[in-house]
Design a binder for this molecule. Structure first.
Ligand code: FAD
Length: 547
C-alpha cells in the first residue's frame, strides 16, 4: 500500500489529504501537525478577535476525529516533523507532548508547512505584549491581552492584510489603534493612489495612521518609533509580513527560491521527485510568466492541495500559475486586486497603460448606490495585466469578473463585450467593468489620451494648461491650484480662451465629463488629455499620500 505523508494539516495539507482519499481509497495517508488543530479558519481569526465571528468553535472546520471517520486519514496533532531523511524516505517526528521521537517512512511526502510571522531582532520584541497572529492560541492571547485593557491602546505594526484586519477588529472592541507602517502606503498589493483611499478610510474610522515610520524598540506599555515618538501601547500586534517556513526543506537540500520558499514546477514537485510542496511555503509558477513567485494566500494553497492529490492519484496536472487575486475589508471599504500592480510592471519592464474609473455600484437612481473606484493596467495590445478596486459595495464581484477575464487571457475589448447581470438594485446597464473596458479601448484606439495624478503634480506649468470643466458649485468647493475653470456646458463657446500651443489637461469629478471635453478639444485641434480618476482621486492622493 502506498504511503503518503503530509506535513502541516491546515489549508494545503488538509485539502490534499481529503482530495487524495476521494481519489484513492487504498493509499495510507498520514498528516503530522505540530499544533493542536487541523483545518482551522486562519482567515477568520481577526474577526473572532473583534467579536464579529462570535463562536470560537466556528473557526474549527475539521477535527482529527472527523478526518479519520470521514476520510480515513491518520492525523497526528502535536507532532512536529524535525527532519527529512531523503535517502531513507522517512521523516523524523517529535511528539511535542511526550518528547518522544519516531521515524515515519513515506513513499511520497507533501510539505504544506505554511509561512510564519516575521519577527525581526528589534529590542523588546520578546515582550509578552508583542503578539503575532497565525493560529488559535495566538488569537486567544490577543483576545486575553485586549480584554485585560478595555478601552486601552493598541499599536498595530504593519499595514498589510492582517494588520488592517486587526486594526479594524481592535477598533470594534473599543480600543484606540495606531497603525505604524514603514512604507509610504498600506497594502502594497495596490498602487499608491488606490492606497490613498484606504488611508482616508482608516483615518475616518479613528485609526491613527503613521506612514514612513518604523519601530526602534518595544518596552512594557510603549513602542518607540524611528521618528522619535513614543506611543503608549497596552497591546502590540506585529504584522509586518510572513516568511515561508522552509527550514525542513532547506536542511534536506531541496532547492530554495529567492524569496526563501521551496521551488516547485507546474507539477508542484520540489527538486526531489518524491517530495511535493504547496501553499505558503512554496515558490510556484507565476501566471502568464516563466518565472516563479511567492504569494501566501488561501485560495492558491487549497488549489495546489487538490492538484497535488490529483497527480498522486495518477491524473495529469499542470499548475498554471498564481495570479495574486486578493481582497480585504477595511471597515466599510472593500479593497481588492488581481494580477500585477504598477510597481511590479515597472520592475519587470512590462509596457503598460492604466485607466481609473469611478462608477456606481448599481443604478444611481436606485437607493444606496455608492462609487467603486476601478483601476485597470493593460498592455499596448490591450491584454489585461492587472486590476484593482475599492468601494463600499460591489467591489468583490467586479474584481472577480476582472480576475476571470484576465485568467482567460482577456483584453480590454473583451470587457466591453461582457454581458453582465443587470437590474437597478445590482448594477447599471453599463456595468463598471464594461465602462472601464470602454475607457481603456478609447485609449488604445487613440480616441482619448489619459494622464495620471503624478503627471499633473509634476506638469510643466509653462507648457500646459489645467482645465476644470465641472460646474461652478463644484469648483468653489475645491479645485486643483493653478487650474482654469470653464464648465463643460460653455466649453464650445469659450474655446478661444485656451492656448492652442499648449497641452490642455482636462479634469472633472471622475473623468466622464472631462472625456467629453477632451473629445471637443481634440476635434478642434487642441492637444488635450484627461486626468484619469478625476478630481476625486487627485484630491484623495493629495491629502492622503505623504510626499
Ligand atoms: P497553513 O494553513 O499555515 O498550515 C501550515 C501548518 O503547518 C501550520 O498549522 C503549522 O503548524 C504546520 N507546520 C509547520 N511546520 C510543521 C512541522 N515541521 N511539523 C508539523 N507541522 C508543521 N488568505 C486569504 O487568501 N484570504 C484571507 O482573508 C486570509 N486571511 C488570513 C488571516 C490570518 C490571520 C492569517 C494568519 C492568514 C490569512 N490568510 C488569508 C493566509 C492563508 O491562511 C494562508 O495562505 C493559508 O493558510 C496557507 O496554507 P498552508 O497550508 O500553506 O499553510
Amino acid at each position: 500500500m502506498r504511503k503518503i505523508v503530509i506535513v502541516g494539516g491546515v489549508a494545503g495539507g488538509a485539502t490534499a489529504a481529503a482530495r487524495l482519499r476521494r481519489m484513492d481509497e487504498m493509499a495510507q495517508i498520514v498528516i503530522f501537525e505540530r499544533g493542536e488543530h487541523i483545518s482551522f479558519a486562519n482567515c477568520g481569526l481577526p474577526y473572532h478577535v473583534g467579536g464579529v465571528i462570535r463562536h470560537r468553535q466556528s473557526l474549527l472546520l475539521l477535527t482529527p476525529e472527523t478526518m479519520k471517520r470521514r476520510f480515513n486519514v491518520d492525523v497526528r496533532i502535536h507532532h512536529e516533523v524535525a527532519r527529512i531523511d531523503r535517502e531513507a524516505h522517512a521523516v523524523e517526528v517529535r511528539n511535542l507532548l511526550t518528547g518522544e521521537t519516531l521515524a515515519e517512512p513515506y513513499d511520497h511526502l507533501i510539505l504544506s508547512t505554511g509561512a510564519a510571522p516575521v519577527r525581526p531582532p528589534i529590542p523588546g520584541i520578546d515582550l509578552p505584549t508583542v503578539l503575532t497572529l497565525r493560529n488559535l492560541p495566538d488569537m486567544d492571547r490577543i483576545i486575553a491581552a485586549a480584554g485585560a485593557h478595555p478601552g486601552g491602546k493598541a499599536v498595530v505594526v504593519g499595514g498589510g492584510f492582517i494588520g488592517l484586519e486587526m486594526a479594524e477588529n481592535l477598533r470594534h472592541k473599543g480600543i484606540a489603534v495606531t497603525l505604524v507602517e514603514m512604507a509610504d502606503q498600506v497594502m502594497t498589493s495596490v498602487d499608491r493612489d488606490m492606497a490613498a483611499l484606504i488611508h482616508q478610510h482608516l483615518r475616518a474610522h479613528g485609526v491613527d495612521l503613521r506612514l514612513k515610520d518604523g519601530v526602534t524598540q518595544f518596552e512594557p506599555g510603549a513602542v518607540h518609533l524611528r521618528s522619535g515618538q513614543r506611543l503608549p501601547a497596552d497591546v502590540v500586534i506585529l504584522a509586518i509580513g510572513v516568511r515561508p517556513e522552509a527550514r525542513l526543506a532547506a536542511e534536506a537540500g531541496l532547492e530554495i527560491g529567492p524569496r526563501g520558499g521551496v521551488r516547485v514546477g507546474p507539477d508542484l514537485l520540489t527538486s526531489d521527485p518524491d517530495i511535493s510542496a504547496i501553499g505558503d511555503m512554496a515558490e510556484v509558477p507565476a501566471f502568464g510568466s516563466s518565472e516563479n513567485t511567492w504569494v501566501p494566500l488561501a485560495g492558491p494553497a487549497n488549489r495546489q492541495g487538490r492538484l497535488v492529490a490529483d497527480r498522486l492519484a495518477g491524473l495529469k496536472i499542470r499548475y498554471d500559475g498564481i495570479q495574486g487575486t486578493g481582497i480585504a475589508k477595511v471597515f466599510d471599504l472593500t479593497v481588492a486586486s488581481t494580477g500585477k500592480n504598477e510597481a511590479a510592471l515597472r520592475r519587470e519592464g512590462v509596457p503598460f497603460q492604466s485607466v481609473v474609473t469611478h462608477s456606481n455600484s448599481h443604478a444611481g437612481y436606485y437607493p444606496g448606490a455608492t462609487p467603486i473606484t476601478l483601476k485597470l493596467h493593460f498592455s499596448p495590445e490591450g491584454k489585461i495585466l492587472g486590476a484593482q478596486a475599492a468601494g463600499l459595495d460591489g467591489v468583490d464581484k467586479r474584481i472577480d469578473v476582472l480576475a476571470t477575464a484576465m485568467r482567460l487571457g482577456g483584453t480590454v475589448e473583451d470587457l466591453t463585450r461582457l454581458e453582465l447581470a443587470y437590474a437597478p438594485p445590482y448594477s447599471s446597464a453599463k456595468d463598471p467593468v464594461n465602462i472601464i473596458g470602454y475607457v481603456a479601448s478609447n485609449v488604445l484606439n487613440g480616441h482619448s489620451r489619459l494622464v495620471d495624478w503624478r503627471y499633473v503634480s509634476q506638469r510643466d506649468r509653462q507648457q500646459t494648461v489645467l482645465l476644470d470643466v465641472r460646474e461652478h458649485v463644484e469648483w468653489h468647493a475645491g479645485h486643483i491650484p493653478g487650474a482654469v475653470h470653464i464648465p463643460l456646458g460653455s466649453l464650445r463657446d469659450r474655446l478661444g480662451e485656451l492656448p492652442a500651443d499648449k497641452e490642455v489637461i482636462v479634469y472633472c469629478a471622475v473623468g466622464q465629463r472631462a472625456h467629453t471635453a477632451t473629445r471637443i478639444l481634440l476635434q478642434n485641434g487642441f492637444n488635450a488629455a484627461n486626468l484619469t480618476g478625476g478630481f476625486r482621486l487627485y484630491q484623495t492622493v493629495a491629502q492622503h499620500i505623504q510626499a
